[in-house]
Each structure stands twice: as structure tokens, then as C-alpha cells.
Design a protein around this ligand. Structure first.
Ligand code: SAM
Length: 234
């Protein structure tokens, strides 16, 4: 099994300035789908072909994957997909802040790395600051899609998202776990898991109108939760 990259190591803590949409996409004003931790980017490359009226940005911390994924992205027919190297926890907030209002319309985090141990909590990709940066960039009604095959990974993500009170499940889909993927192209990990007949846990959220808590407030409440599965049932 591949080694995970430690996002807390000093190299990955250096902020990178990600290019604005004008430098990434042929038609920069189209709505953007951001996929965080996209690996080889096959899901985004497929979505870009199917949805030419969207722009698709993948970010990934493993540089060798980015090199080949972005080569394919640059060769894509519609000029509407790019894969960039960065630590999502360090370099995305500034990029999202600089976007035009309502330009970012969908964010996905799919099968993030399984950092199980509590002492590795800070290495997990969905941290309070990143969640709130996403919530700041998304207008009411816009989507956040989370999926994983590991309950111990998805439950803390769901617990954190619900603790923020910035997102609701769609009225028409209040199920705890969605049966299907709302995106029309599965990720590499998703294909692998489904082939083994293993379960996939999926949640679709929409940004609501609630004001954002402060990062420190959410951090503090998040630290107090020992068992995210319990937090979900209370
Ligand atoms: C298990 S893989 C899943 C890849 C893909 N989403 C899929 O479903 O096939 C998780 C990916 O997230 C990336 N990742 C983890 N932490 C990250 C971070 N802080 N910033 C960007 N990418 C990250 C990892 O390098 C890895 O490629």
C-alpha cells in the first residue's frame, strides 16, 4: 500500500499561490467544481468531458500524480479542467476568497486518506478552517459532496459539517447515507471499492443561509468531540 503524504511536514506547509480561473480555463466565467484530493484526476477528467459548461479544478498533494493528471487535463478538448499541486489545507482558502461571487458551485472530497488515529486527526483533510473556507465561498444552495468507504473517516467529516450548521442535506434526500453518487463519473477509489462489493458512504450537502461560526469556535467544539459517531446520534 502506498505511503500517505504527511501534510503537516514543513515542505507541505509552504503556501502556494494558485492561479486564478482566467489562467486555468478557456472560458473562465463558467461555474467551478473543486475536487479536493483528486489523485490521478480521472473523475474530474471524465466530468470535464461530460459537462463542458463547467470548469473543473482538482487539487492533490502528491506531485507525481499531479504531473501526469495535469498533462491529460491540458490536452482535454474543452479547456475546462486542471489539476494543481497543493496542500488543500494551506493554499485553497486564498484561492477561493479571490473568486467572483458564486463562481464556485460544487466542492467534493472523495475517499480522503484514512488517518484513523486520534493523534493523526490534524492530518485529515477536512479541518474546521477548510470547511469554513468552503462554506464562505459557496452561496446558499451550492453543493458539498463527501464520500468514503471507511466509516471512521466519513463520520468525523459529517460530524464536523453538521457542527458548523452551515450545510443541510437536500430536502428531497434526508437519508443518512445516499445510495448513489450524484456525480456522473466515479473516482478511481470508488471503482475499486464497488468492484469488491464493499459499501460506500455518501452525503450530499447544500450550503444554507446560516452565518458562519468563527474558526476558533468551531475548532474548540470539534476538539471536544471524542467520538464522532456518537455526536451524530445526539
Ligand atoms: C485515498 S486517495 C482518493 C483519491 C480520489 N479522490 C479517489 O477517490 O480515487 C486521497 C487523496 O487525497 C490526497 N490528499 C490528502 N491530503 C491532502 C491535502 N491536504 N491536500 C491535497 N490532497 C490531499 C492524497 O494524496 C490522495 O491522493
Amino acid at each position: 500500500m502506498r505511503q500517505h503524504v504527511n501534510p503537516l511536514s514543513s515542505f507541505f506547509q509552504l503556501p502556494l499561490e494558485l492561479p486564478p480561473p482566467e489562467q486555468l480555463f478557456r472560458v473562465p466565467d463558467q461555474p467551478i467544481h473543486l475536487d479536493i484530493g483528486c489523485a490521478r484526476g480521472r473523475c474530474l477528467l471524465g466530468l470535464a468531458e461530460r459537462d463542458p459548461h463547467w470548469n473543473h479544478l482538482g487539487v492533490e498533494i502528491r506531485r507525481p500524480l499531479v504531473t501526469s493528471a495535469d498533462r491529460d487535463a491540458l490536452a482535454s478538448e474543452h479547456g475546462n479542467v486542471r489539476i494543481l499541486f497543493c496542500n488543500a489545507n494551506i493554499s485553497l482558502e486564498g484561492w477561493m476568497k479571490a473568486l467572483k461571487q458564486d463562481q464556485l458551485q460544487r466542492v467534493s472530497i472523495q475517499f480522503p486518506d484514512p488517518w484513523f488515529k486520534r493523534r493523526h486527526r490534524k492530518r485529515r483533510v477536512l479541518q474546521p478552517a477548510l470547511l469554513l473556507a468552503i462554506a464562505t465561498a459557496l452561496q446558499p444552495g451550492r453543493e458539498l459532496f463527501l464520500q468514503s468507504d471507511v466509516l471512521n473517516v466519513i463520520e468525523p467529516m459529517v460530524a464536523l459539517t453538521e457542527l458548523s450548521a452551515c450545510f443541510d442535506r437536500p430536502v428531497e434526500d434526508q437519508r443518512h447515507w445516499r445510495a448513489s453518487n450524484p456525480l456522473s463519473v466515479p473516482t478511481e477509489r470508488e471503482r475499486y471499492v464497488l468492484k469488491q462489493n464493499l459499501p460506500v458512504y455518501r452525503v450530499l450537502y447544500r450550503r444554507n443561509q446560516n452565518p458562519l461560526p468563527s474558526v476558533s469556535d468551531l475548532e474548540q467544539r470539534w476538539q471536544e468531540i471524542d467520538n464522532p459517531a456518537e455526536a451524530l446520534t445526539t
